[in-house]
Design a protein around this ligand. Sequence first.
Ligand code: AMP
Length: 532
Amino acid sequence: MRQQLERVRGTNDWPPLDARQLHDLVRALGDSFASYGYEHIEVPVLEHTDLFRLKSGEDILTKLYAFPYRGRDLCLRPELTASVGRYYVDHCQAAALPQRFAYAGPVFRYERPRQGRYRQFTQSGVELIGPEGPAADAELAALAWQSLARLGLDDHRLEIGHFGVMAALLRTLGLDDRARSFVIASMQDLRKAERGRAQVDARLDELFGAGAEDQPPDSADTTNTADDLLATLRRLVAGLDEQHARELILGLLQASHVSVGRTRSAADVADGLLRKLRWQDQAPGIRRALELAERLRSVRGSPPAAFDRIRHVLTDYRLDHAPLHRLEAVSTQLGAYGVPPAAVTVNLGLGRGLPYYTGLVFEIYADSLGPAQQLCGGGRYDGLLRLLGANADVPAAGFAFGVERVKLALDSHARPAGTPTTQVQVIPLGADDCAYAVTAAEQLRQAGLRVELELMGRGVKGTLRQAARRGIPFCSIVGPEERLGGTITIRNMAAHQEQRVALADAARYCQEDRVPAPADRQAGGVTATGAR
Ligand code: AMP
């Protein structure tokens, strides 16, 4: 029974101060976004599972809180980019570009929980739809970095890479579309120290069969007939274009009366075989590309020196330097936004796991939280909106903060965890004073103060003691004298001083945290009182 009442693993209860800090962070980040022209939109927490399947592939399903409901496959959103994309497709295709959207809200991912990694957390981010190129990319990365700087963080670093640049380099290494996607998707795993490369190699072996690509085409040392046949076929189609290679395989299948089963046609089988053969041809290039990605990762550092080191690596691989200019242009523009070069790490080997990125990718970390707790992730995904149903190719890019992690980073700076919610505690002395206490409290609230009325009948002494413990800066004591004189007595808790002021001046007194100026006194506002 007790078991059922527990909080769901990986979720959090946030007590008032933390909750308020999170709320303030969402608002402050939203204000930053708004200052760059990003307008807040709301999208549902509940979506069709297909939306995320379409965007992120089948792998995402293991992380989704997904369930069938009345004949529909629904899920709690694991992020908001796909929903904002759907929003654009549903409502905004006819509107002029660019469109700048901001969002914030809870997301849900079934991951192994640990410090800073939750199953429900808050994302706050933006999407920039329409523009492409370094100026748009730089706006996003700078906005993300500057939003944290505005919150007072001073140890955060922006790590930038570029899948478009990587793809261009891999193309010159001779990798086809599928092989390039494999390498770019594997770059995320390469980040995991020794384990990463082993995982990628295991996946390669799974795809090709261990060492298959290392065999010379005329190797006679095969014991397996299927491998033998494949090696022969590979030799036969080498150098042929797709159409001729396909015709050759189809002809061989038909001539040898090979049974292809009921579900697949001979043409399907020929296509499958050809894909497999071509894929195997790519294997040596893929291994070389993975090495290149690791080398590029190892020379990561701040601009401009990092770009020189990257150029050296490209020269070693006899690769053109030109694609790199796209990332250099972003890096230069970041300077114009006031992002210091020392706070930027260029890492062309930066992987982001998901396959849909096409250009700039970036992440932000705080030194105080370490590399395991990314504060922000983003990038460019020019094909996404079309994939989600847009009727034209529309460039898009964006980023998202994990708000709880931003809070952790600020907390670890030993910044005050946030001022207490209540600014003034109003204490009626007796039952007759309650109505006037309510009037006083309402007046203070209307002036923008957060005011709590004492309702426990605890008495002045007890309430003052508790207010001091809670860090409430002002207590206001309201008795017959105040009630009859239209005044209020305010105790400055830190200074241990009390002043009686006209009710009309009370809010200003608290807000300015000082005795009102002489002019106010002349108006009959202030009387010093002794402590009660
Ligand atoms: P992503 O959508 O994966 O790029 O994540 C964007 C940001 O959300 C990350 O940079 C993190 O700050 C945050 N984040 C991602 N996963 C989690 C999690 N499980 N718990 C808390 N924050 C997370």
